[in-house]
Design a protein around this ligand. Structure first.
Ligand code: AMP
Ligand code: MG
Length: 411
């Protein structure tokens, strides 16, 4: 990347870095067929056109009576009944002129009928029924009114939600072409790290990032391959990174990318492959690095747990989604009223742990957690999103502030 901060002191703007990452995103994984019931959250790999009109034939939207509207006078009237059609019946028989037919929701409209009256508006009497006047087309679901045969239903690159799964079922698809899940090698670095369940010696801490970053990847629908913690040692880091790169589609690490003597990952990457960029104008998360090992992309997130989480959601996510085959990868920012002021301009873009609070009238405002330290995960738990403050920006209470919800960032 031009003006690379690898050796200099300039910080890369976040948007440029995301663009740069997207330009280097690998092609999506291979296509595989999965059973529809197992396709939730997967990324569709082919466009899906409607194989026929939806609905495929005119049918009743109500339980009631089907008729020809012109057979009734303006004040309504009595028509003799000429049969009964339930959902699942073939509905081939023609409606006799001057008659009505008992019909149920989803049943095919018989040829000759053009409208349906709901049963609660009618009165059955003897072998016929009293009906109010009706307009042609009333309570009829017309063939093709939702979709015409050949219309594009879903496009490649969409993540399948319950509604897409239902739509695919409604056109009879039992198997769905999706991209194989992206396989991400997840590594943490730091001699101080122990796993939950182990006993801590003085100076040690638990490995939070293995779990939070693994959870982010799984939330995004990816496969996670965990490794032992990398020791703070150049050759150990090199060995671990080259092994992981030989096994998976890409590597995500946390820690070891800052400026300390114990931060070896950038050097390991330089020796094994290429370091494309380092250091972003972002807070938290400045030390983020990006490179490649053996042709596999590597994203080096900072070690501080909140910084690792936030950079995973803001910087890594679009790249990971694109590599997974998703077409829409950027979150949709909202502009909402700030419930706080921001009076000191900063030289890095701020991603602040925040949540939405509704006042008595249901008006939302963005509130900040008072603790924004890059190691602090508890404030991320209090939050349901991030407020974004641009470089140099100041803000008064009530002004619009950009807000990104975790719900969106974890999807
Ligand atoms: P580093 O970037 O390796 O200098 O780490 C920055 C800070 O984050 C240090 O306080 C580390 O102890 C902490 N840290 C690094 N990795 C993890 C992790 N996996 N879980 C929790 N804290 C971590
Ligand atoms: Mg470290």
């Amino acid at each position: 990347m031009s003006g690379c901060g690898c050796d200099g002191h300039d910080l890369h703007p976040v948007d440029q870095v995301i663009e740069h990452l997207l330009s280097r995103a690998p092609a999506p994984p291979k296509i595989e067929q999965v059973a529809l019931a197992a396709a939730l959250g997967r990324v569709l790999a082919c466009d899906v056109p409607a194989p026929s009109d939806v609905p495929a034939w005119d049918n009743s939207a109500m339980d009631g009576y089907a008729l020809r509207a012109a057979d009734l006078p303006i004040e309504g009237g009595y028509l003799p009944l000429a049969g009964r059609i339930a959902a699942g019946d073939s509905g081939q028989a023609r409606l006799l002129a001057g008659h009505a037919v008992r019909i149920f929701t989803g049943a095919p409209l018989p040829p000759g009928a053009d409208s349906v009256v709901a049963q609660e508006d009618c009165r059955a009497e003897g072998t016929g029924v009293w009906l109010p006047a009706v307009k042609p087309g009333a309570h009829v679901r017309k063939q093709g009114e939702e979709l015409c045969s050949g219309a594009l239903l879903l496009t490649a690159g969409q993540r399948l939600r319950p509604q897409e799964i239902g739509l695919l079922a409604s056109i009879g698809m039992a198997q769905v072409p999706v991209y194989r899940r992206l396989r991400v090698g997840l590594l943490s670095s730091g001699d101080e790290l122990r796993e939950p369940g182990q006993t801590l010696a003085p100076g040690q801490i638990y490995n939070a990032n293995r779990f939070s970053l693994g959870a982010v990847l799984r939330s995004l629908g990816m496969e996670v391959h965990d490794y032992e913690v990398m020791a703070d040692d150049l050759s150990a880091s090199r060995d671990a990174l080259s092994l992981a790169a030989s096994e998976w589609d890409m590597l995500l690490t946390s820690g070891g990318v800052s400026v300390g003597e114990e931060d070896h990952l950038k050097q390991a990457i330089r020796e094994l492959g290429q370091l494309h960029l380092w250091r972003l104008a972002i807070q938290p998360g400045k030390p983020l690095a990006f490179g490649e090992v053996g042709g596999k992309p590597w994203l080096g997130l900072p070690g501080n747990p909140a910084a690792a989480l936030i950079t995973a959601l803001i910087v890594a996510r679009p790249f990971l989604l694109r590599a997974q085959g998703r077409s829409a990868v950027m979150p949709q920012p909202l502009q909402l009223s700030a419930g706080f002021s921001w009076l000191t301009p900063r030289s890095r873009r701020q991603y602040l742990r925040a949540r939405l609070v509704a006042d008595g009238a249901g008006q939302l405002s963005v509130q900040l957690h008072p603790q924004q330290g890059s190691a602090m995960l508890s404030s991320a738990c209090w939050s349901d999103g991030l407020a974004v403050i641009e470089i140099g920006q100041t803000l008064q209470v009530g002004e619009a502030v950009t807000y990104l919800s975790f719900a969106q960032l974890l999807h």
